[in-house]
Design a protein around this ligand. Structure first.
Ligand code: FEO
Length: 164
């Protein structure tokens, strides 16, 4: 059984991950409207990954016999000024999520909760990947944004992403 404060913070993180899924699905829909099917596919897969993150925490709470509380998910933006703005927002969002994970780790340390601390290590590593992936995507988008040909080639390449 874990401390109520830890369980509450993990429940809030489920909500953050579900919001991430919502945000990226909204970006995916936006990319469809731009005709960028590759980016749309990439973000749709990313959205599913976020759902997986939420479920990892959900399963952990259940395993710990703690209460799972699903909170209201806020409405994400529906459009951005451009592809670049959207990917920039995704990168900023990942940095925000990293901060949230770090807060959870600190709380687990303060509560001397070794099990949750160990559980959170996966998320620490995952956030390094998440930031790297979105940052790399942002750099490529910035390079290609002014050349339609390059952008379409990048869209094709990005669309080759497969689900894990
Ligand atoms: Fe679940 Fe992209 O962080």
């Amino acid at each position: 059984m874990i401390d109520i404060k830890m369980a509450e913070a993990l429940n809030k993180q489920i909500n953050e991950e579900l919001y991430s899924a919502y945000l990226y699905l909204s970006m995916s829909a936006y990319f469809e409207t731009l005709g960028l099917n590759g980016f749309a596919k990439w973000m749709r897969i990313q959205s599913k990954e976020e759902l997986g993150h939420a479920m990892k925490i959900y399963d952990y709470l259940i395993k710990q016999n703690a209460e799972v509380k699903l909170l209201q998910i806020k409405e994400p933006p529906h459009s951005w000024d451009s592809l670049t703005h959207a990917i920039e927002a995704a990168y900023e969002h990942e940095k925000y999520i990293t901060g949230k994970i770090n807060e959870l780790v600190t709380l687990s340390e303060n509560l001397n909760d070794r099990a949750t601390n160990s559980f959170l290590q996966w998320f620490i590593d995952e956030q390094v990947e998440e930031e790297k992936n979105t940052y790399e995507l942002l750099r490529k988008v910035k390079m290609a944004e002014k050349h339609v040909g390059a952008l379409l080639t990048l869209d094709k390449q990005v669309g080759e992403r497969e689900e894990d």
